[in-house]
Design a protein around this ligand. Structure first.
Ligand SMILES: [Ca+2]
Length: 511
């Protein structure tokens, strides 16, 4: 009864539970917690020790502190079966909740991850957070949308409902376990987790106090179109295919032309938008040799940079990739399309098992996708005012060398929010950090290790807006480069003295 009341208070956002005002429950007793359309299957106090994520051949188990592990199934619709887990530290809880996002089509709980970006449950728990993740209502490896065929409720769960329901249930479970709900709740995700981040900010502004949105797949219907179209332009066996040795030629040529524009020859383009490399410079003068691109390859590369356009109006459907990202094109966008994107059109939009990306029609297929799913799956609403009005803070980041989701999509969304709400209002609550040389949610030549969460917490909890975020590049276990990431549109500019591998040698400045 008490738990149900706590849940109800959570739902209306009128929580005023102070520590000690309610009694904590044992972990095992949470098994019988009564929550709406929620079945709790497991509530176990897990001793400190190694954890091996189910179904993953992780090379080594991660060590977890003692925690209360709750596994639940949520059924907000008759066709829903949303699996979720909440892990709550037995000792030294920091009083906060950090929910972590998914990748691709989700389908697995984000227990662990190869690195701190994007975050995972194990990482959040070790830092003292109560943490949660969901499979979003279906089981797969994250690459296929077939689960949605004939199951519109499951697509809705994936689109937005699962993360919201998980958040409500998590807060109630946390409140029951500790006797008090989280004093602050945060979302942290990248890629699909970034889409989930923005969908939460847009649709459920009361769910989180702060949100980290990494490389968001928020323009889903057009992102997937862009990926399929890029593959169509460059696919293997077609004259436009650019093999890896020529991608390296292209990359080296771009870097040679544009590296020094930012004042430092370091192999990184601090601001790829300043680069205006003309691919035609590499066009073969005669026969196709290793040091040149054929006309079809030139055209394909131009398509990769230029993005996807409608065939008649030339209206941009989805932006292209940035100068400097070339080494990531193969195999991600170059040979075959990401199955995430192909499966979306084949299975979910067109529902034609014989379809493949070579049949993609940029005009009719994007129109079908938008008609069916733009309102459901896209997280492009620029009106973040309700989230900001509650004191919500949003930090978005995106690698300039992202090879899967165009970095310009993040710039476009940020600008759309500025256009909607005005620069002053946006600056108080939302900042975008572009990471030079970083690939999709991590990796790459540029500094790609940084703690957006800490910057977000300082902003939300101490009212210190992030003027920069320190990023490092790690190789062989050691930091070999450090540089500030700057709030867009600022760029890290070399001071003219000091090591270019030292963050103190750079200052964030407006271009
Ligand atoms: Ca440079």
């Amino acid at each position: 009864m008490k738990a149900t009341m706590v849940f109800a208070m959570m739902v209306v956002g009128a929580v005023a539970v102070t520590p000690g005002s309610a009694s904590a429950a044992s972990c095992e007793s949470l098994r019988t917690l009564g929550l709406p359309h929620t079945a709790i299957a497991t509530a176990t106090l897990v001793p400190a020790g190694p954890f091996q994520a189910p179904g993953t051949p992780a090379p080594a188990p991660v060590m977890l502190p003692e925690h209360c592990r709750v596994a639940a199934t949520l059924t907000p619709s008759s066709d829903s079966r949303i699996e979720m887990e909440v892990w709550m530290p037995a000792d030294n809880w920091n009083g906060k909740f950090e929910a972590v996002g998914n990748g691709g089509w989700a389908g697995v709980i984000t227990y662990v991850g190869p690195q701190a970006i994007p975050r995972n449950m194990a990482f959040a728990l070790a830092e003292g957070y109560a943490t949660a993740s969901t499979d979003t209502g279906h089981v797969n490896d994250g690459t296929q949308g077939r689960f949605a065929v004939g199951h519109p409720e499951k697509l809705t769960d994936f689109a937005y409902r699962a993360v919201h329901e998980m958040t409500l249930a998590s807060k109630a479970i946390i409140a029951a376990f500790y006797g008090t709900g989280p004093r602050l709740s945060y979302w942290n995700g990248c890629s699909t987790g970034g889409r989930q981040a923005l969908i939460e900010a847009q649709r459920f502004p009361e769910d989180f106090d702060g949100i980290v949105a990494g490389a968001p797949a928020n323009f889903w219907t057009h992102l997937t179109a862009g990926i399929v179209a890029a593959a169509q332009a460059t696919h293997q066996g077609q004259p436009g295919n650019v093999p890896m040795d020529k991608l390296r030629l292209l990359h080296d040529s771009v870097v040679r032309a544009c590296d020094a524009l930012d004042g430092v020859r370091d192999g990184l383009l601090q601001d790829p938008t300043r680069c205006s490399f003309d691919v035609k410079q590499l066009a073969c003068k005669g026969s196709d040799i290793a040091s040149c691109l054929t006309p079809a390859q030139v055209a394909a590369a131009q398509d990769m940079y230029g993005g996807t356009k409608r065939s008649q109006s030339q209206e941009q459907v989805y932006p292209g990739l940035a100068f400097g990202s070339e080494l990531g094109w193969d195999p991600v966008n170059g040979l075959q399309p990401l199955p995430i994107a192909e499966s979306y059109f084949k299975d979910v939009v067109l529902q034609d098992s014989s379809w493949d990306y070579t049949r993609f029609n940029v005009d009719s297929d994007v129109a079908k996708a938008d008609a069916a799913h733009a309102a459901l799956m896209n997280a492009t609403d620029p009106n973040l005012r309700p989230f900001f009005a509650r004191g919500g803070k949003l930090i978005q980041y995106h690698g300039w060398n992202d090879q899967q989701i165009s970095p310009f999509n993040s710039v476009n969304y940020y600008k759309s929010v500025e256009a909607k709400l005005g620069r002053d209002e946006v600056g108080k609550s939302y900042r975008l950090f572009m990471a030079p040389g970083m690939m999709h949610c991590g990796g790459g030549d540029g500094p790609n290790q940084f703690n957006a969460m800490a910057a977000l917490e300082r902003w939300r909890e101490a009212n210190v807006a992030p003027t920069q975020i320190l990023a490092t590049h790690v190789a062989n276990g050691a930091v070999d480069n450090a540089r500030p990431l700057c709030p867009y549109p600022q760029v890290a500019v070399y001071n003219g003295a000091g090591s270019a591998k030292d963050a103190a040698s750079f200052t964030c400045k407006a271009p």
